[in-house]
Design a binder for this molecule. Structure first.
Ligand code: NAG
Ligand code: NAG
Ligand code: NAG
Ligand code: NAG
Ligand code: NAG
Ligand code: NAG
Ligand code: NAG
Length: 221
């Protein structure tokens, strides 16, 4: 919270402070997994399902009706474009006291277009990510949000945040400080090719998520 205020006051140094060790900037993340060393020679973030980070107990409250997810996508090279997946897993009965699986998509896959194939600053935020279709949750239930970012070559980076579902009024406010779209990151719709006996049919995987029209740009960074 402190660094977010600083960020608002001094946008120029925002990247240095907030960006230093964060990928899921809202509602938080399990911890710093931007590590490459002898244990993780390819980098920790590539490990399914949560970039090598075990389940945490410092859970963030997240609205039982769904809520915001904000990200800094440009940590590694090779993400001039990237596909994003956001999934949810439920409970703590799985490996490392996490969910048994992360098999509940919250949004259809979408693509971002960044400014460079080299690492870049900047963030984007989806203010109202819904719960996975068909699931029922109660206030106090625990879940994990998994964000998957695939590089141009298809390899996937993983980050997670452990949450506890809460009454929306008990969740910290989402505003232009912690939920904004940088002007140098844009979005593409993702097309799916639906196979059929008469040949491939192009179908727009439409989502209310990705209209380019109305893209709000807070050029903080
Ligand atoms: C939980 O604690 C870890 C370790 O201190 C920290 O890196 C991480 O940001 C915290 N996560 C949340 C959601 O507060
Ligand atoms: C690599 O970093 C991880 C996470 O901090 C740590 O657990 C591990 O011991 C480190 N490995 C080496 C060889 O330093
Ligand atoms: C949710 O997680 C918290 C922190 O790990 C734990 O104290 C609490 O008992 C869990 N709640 C449920 C319903 O499992
Ligand atoms: C995935 O996890 C849910 C609980 O969150 C469980 O009900 C379901 O059976 C699991 N699916 C598979 C394929 O394991
Ligand atoms: C969710 O709750 C509704 C209303 O209580 C119920 O009709 C529905 O079957 C539940 N769905 C699941 C997947 O449990
Ligand atoms: C945005 O919300 C945070 C709490 O989530 C709060 O600390 C901050 O002051 C708010 N910023 C503005 C500009 O209202
Ligand atoms: C960021 O852009 C996406 C895609 O157009 C949009 O869904 C989202 O609402 C925007 N976020 C903000 C904070 O305006």
């Amino acid at each position: 919270m402190f660094s977010r205020s600083i960020c608002l006051l001094a946008a120029a140094i925002c990247w240095t402070l907030v960006g230093a060790h964060t990928v899921i900037t809202y509602p938080g993340w399990r911890g710093d997994n931007l590590i490459t060393n002898d244990t993780w020679p390819y980098g920790m973030q590539w490990m399914y399902p949560c970039g090598g980070m075990p389940t945490t107990t410092n859970r963030t409250l997240w609205p039982v009706t769904g809520g915001a997810v904000a990200l800094q996508p440009g940590w590694f090279q090779g993400h001039a474009t990237a596909f994003f997946y956001m999934n949810m897993g439920f409970g703590t009965d799985g490996p490392m006291a996490g969910p048994p699986n992360m098999s509940f998509p919250m949004v259809p896959v979408f693509q971002i277009v960044g400014p460079s194939k080299n690492p870049y600053p900047g963030a984007f935020c989806l203010p109202q990510v819904p719960l996975p279709v068909g699931v029922n949750v109660s206030i106090g239930d625990n879940a994990t949000i998994q964000v998957v970012e695939t590089a141009i070559h298809g390899a996937a980076l993983y980050s997670c945040v452990d949450i506890t579902f809460a009454d929306p009024q008990d969740v910290a406010e989402v505003n232009a400080t912690n939920c904004f779209n940088s002007s140098d990151i844009s979005f593409n719709s993702v097309y799916s090719i639906a196979g059929s006996t008469s040949g491939a049919t192009r179908t727009l995987a439409t989502t209310s998520l990705l209209p380019l029209v109305g893209l709000l740009m807070y050029a903080f960074i």
